[in-house]
Ligand binder design. Structure first.
Ligand code: NDP
Length: 246
């Protein structure tokens, strides 16, 4: 239980795996109510069932959500009700290709999910947060938004956009008690790499050679720390690496 997080309504996008799923477990442990969103509803349902059994005092609701579709995002907020903490976590990378080889579809998928999806989610929760003059939006960016790397053009650009949006939004909410934060992980071993290589597990695993990667819990703990600072403290951004990454 965490006094500052107990009873808070926490919306997590991409809660069906990896960092988002780990966040759901950690916020449940802290006593927060969970609003879990992702496309894979069956994953959300089994997570809900498991966490309800472990934490009967908290409320958990789920919504089958594709963050790329603004109307679905608005319907999700309608379904969930007031949000105290939004974890803008849904995101992906498709392929690691030279710019001239990236397909239009891959460009659209990354920009629509990582940038437009985050914008739609933020637009949907901000009016309520402004009305209540409280709330916390925590964006999951990436080291890729801070350091561009070979064959990462569009993904890096999408995460650089997350960094810019976070900073601009801090200015837009400067006269409110709303906090805006960005957590930027380095290598985290999740399904992310499998998605990146379109299901090729061997290529996915090769990414972690020579590194002891972070796991979802490592980032969820940082997010819990960020969300549970006193209300006058905002962790604007944090870069979190595995020890063997620089
Ligand atoms: P996972 O692949 O395990 O999780 C990604 C989550 O995003 C899934 O729950 C997926 O759910 C959801 N998602 C993807 N597309 C959509 C969509 N259109 N609508 C709604 N949900 C969507 O990877 P991670 O947990 O590692 O990734 C979480 C975040 O962390 C991402 O933003 C990623 O960019 C970032 N990150 C990851 C790093 C890593 O090394 N793993 C490093 C730095 C940042 P579903 O498919 O069910 O919709």
């Amino acid at each position: 239980m965490n006094q500052r997080l107990q009873g808070k309504n926490v919306l997590i996008t991409g809660a069906s795996s990896g960092i988002g799923e780990a966040c759901a477990r950690h916020f449940a442990q802290a006593g927060s109510n969970l609003m879990l969103a992702a496309r894979r509803q069956e994953r959300l349902s089994s997570l809900k069932q498991e966490l309800e059994a472990k934490h009967p005092a908290i409320k958990i609701s789920t919504f089958e959500l594709d963050v790329r579709v603004k109307a679905k995002v608005d319907a999700a907020i309608e379904h969930f009700g007031p949000v105290d903490i939004l974890i803008n976590n849904a995101g992906l990378v498709i392929g690691l290709d030279k710019l001239e080889d990236i397909t239009e579809d891959s460009v659209d998928t990354m920009i629509d999910t990582n940038v437009k999806g985050l914008v739609f989610m933020t637009q949907a929760v901000l009016p309520g947060m402004r009305q209540r003059n409280r709330g916390h939006i925590i964006n999951v960016g990436s080291v890729a938004g801070q350091q561009a790397y070979k064959n990462g053009t569009i993904y890096c650009a999408s995460k650089a956009a997350v960094a810019s949006i976070t900073r601009a939004l801090m200015h837009e909410t400067i006269d409110t008690a709303i906090r805006i934060s960005e957590i930027n992980p380095g290598l985290v071993e999740t399904e992310f790499s499998v998605v990146r290589f379109r299901g090729d597990k061997n290529r996915a695993d090769s990414v972690y050679q020579g590194v002891v990667p972070l796991n979802g819990d490592d980032i969820a703990e940082i997010i819990i720390f960020t969300a549970s600072r006193p209300e006058h403290v905002n962790i604007a951004e944090m870069l979190v690496f595995p020890t063997n990454q620089a």
